[in-house]
Design a protein around this ligand. Sequence first.
Ligand SMILES: *[C@@H]1O[C@H](CO)[C@@H](O)[C@H](O)[C@H]1NC(C)=O
Ligand SMILES: CC(=O)N[C@H]1CO[C@H](CO)[C@@H](O)[C@@H]1O
Length: 732
Amino acid sequence: MERLFATEKLGGRSLYRFQAVTVLVGICLVLCYRATHFPAAGSGAGRVAWLGMLAAELWFGFYWVITQSVRWRPVRRRTFKDRLAARYGEQLPSVDIFICTADPQSEPPSLVVATVLSLMAYNYPPEKLNVYLSDDGGSILTFYALWEASAFAKRWLPFCKRHNIEPRSPAAYFAELEEPRDPSISKEWSFIKGLYDEMTERIDSAVRSDNVPEEIRVNHKGFSEWSTGITSKNHQPIVQVLIDGKDRDAVDEEGNVLPTLVYMAREKRPQYHHNFKAGAMNALIRVSSVISNGPIILNVDCDMYSNNSDAIRDAMCFFLDEEMGHKIAFVQHPQNYNNMTKNNIYGNSFTVLSHVELRGFDGVDGPLYIGTGCFHRRESLCGRRFTNDYKEDWDRGINKEKRELSINKIEEKAKLLTTCTYEHNTQWGNEIGVKYGFPAEDVITGLTIHCRGWKSVCNNPTRAAFVGVGPTTHAQTMLQHKRWSEGNLSIFLSKYCPFIFGNGKISLQHQMAYSVYGLWAMNSLPTLYYVIIPSLGLLKGIRLFPEITSPWIMPYIYVSVVKNIYSAYEALLYGDTLRGWWNGQRMWMIRRITSYLYGTIDTIRKLLGLSKMRFEVSPKVSDEDESKRYEQEIMEFGTWSTVYVIIATVALLNLVCLVGWLCQILTSGGRNMPLNGFCLQVVLCGLLVIINIPIYEAMFLRKDRGRIPFSVTLASVGVVMFALSLYHYFEV
Ligand SMILES: *[C@@H]1O[C@H](CO)[C@@H](O)[C@H](O)[C@H]1NC(C)=O
Ligand SMILES: CC(=O)N[C@H]1CO[C@H](CO)[C@@H](O)[C@@H]1O
């Protein structure tokens, strides 16, 4: 039988592997040099510094080997929706779509609603689609917005299908175009746009006034849940079915059935821990099991709209494939952002991550689960182990026509599944559903699913399936990476460490692939060492690299040149600019010496039972000035933060070292510091100065409000002076 999807190996692998082997030889030679050229007696500081270099290079070499796991065997998947249609027609499994939102202030309900509408408008039989919104804010504003959406959907869905438009998020669609591509529909287009704008305005004004108009509150029974003055942290369970697929009037203006639409806010009481998003996901799994019970669950973040209305059919090509489908637990899509600037000043576009690393991960038994844009098999998410004879019952979804209970009864039943105490003494959050107790609940859930024998695949269609809003400020970026690196490291250091927990359950390569992210944070200390110590060595004539006349210099040059050329090539291949790559390198260094450093320290403190450190980069409310700077690709600082002090100090220190070295050369004519011994150190220090140019600008030249505040500059000058005077008294 013809396959429903094809797997292609990415080309050029033999060249890549050859290159990797030569780099590995280079790394071994570097380590060999380090181990055999330990400085002879004399300088104590020099020997300590040498040992540190050895440790750092050992780490970088080890981490490089780990990262080969996601580059060795990348694959690309292609689906055949025509074959799916020929084989199954519209007889497709039902799908439950979960969207989680938590706070109407930071996640505006009008945007959430645009996402919901885009997901309702999939090109998929509507009676097989069920959309669930979990609102951890328990906010009447979000409920009101969803209620508005349920009415607007009756116009929007037929409009989408009639004209086959993309993307189907009204916000994204109307923002993209001034007028319709097909002028003959312009009247209808303006009408729908008018309706949409009015709806958005009603929702936004309700949010602004923090109040839902009285005449609407009395119109629908659902609003009565809020009649007793509940708060986001203390309220009863709420489940409201806004569109019921069985209902006679749950049809759009053309008489077609609408997807089921459900609002859920699980019970919250101050004395019970709610387990954040993982808790919400598990409540959604249970609530949906009594309303629709679709065998496939799609999970998206509330700001990630569907950009490709065929995405569900794509996913079904994997699950329904006769040969491999029964092994697949989930289909992960990469994250795409729609508001990245051309040169990607904060390195957030993840081109390499989604085009190279996820595909490489896919080549070794399947990518990790990243918490959004992921289709799950309900059974594997609920703890089933893979067995070869397992056969999915694709018709297990609840047939709404044959349902016996009234919708009110079902709502009551569902509410009981979302109480604070429901999970007590059960396996929820452990063996069943999304796992609790880890900041990266998605990654660990995916890992346990893989360890139960399942595979996963990565689908990266030409037209992105899901598109969201990426961080647009430095502070947001730093915070996001702190969270990610810390979350992954705490898994690595727990009993779920891929090398221990995965041992015997998943392949060694798969364990390594998980560790690429698990060990992100640990890169911080070696990097910090490498950007400080060799430069300081310049000042005192401590030589840390081979002399230029020594053959040992070759592996150093080879490894660094080849690695960087290859990483630039990877970035350019998938659409980054050269500038974008360079910016990415800067952010890579900055993230390692700040976000990852804090991530490492916090994880270790947590293991020791100490409290967390404050990672204070307050993301300011974006203002117009700031957005303008983002569009002009100027880095944003603006507030006091120790994180910025670290960045400024490292930049300044390297500048001082380079200048200090130059002065010595000029005054002594290079007598006590022969150039040929310090060539690599000077190049390293010089590169660090060049890559930090935007930091110097932000410290000394810029006048706008996004510059590095004077207090930060002052503090970093203080730290550098203190460090240098200490250093001066060192016996070298
Ligand atoms: C979303 O889809 C459109 C086509 O409708 C495509 O041009 C665009 O590149 C996609 N967006 C992203 C961020 O990939
Ligand atoms: C450059 C750019 O497109 N920025 C946009 C990113 O997304 C936010 C939220 O949608 C917009 O406000 C920005 O203008």
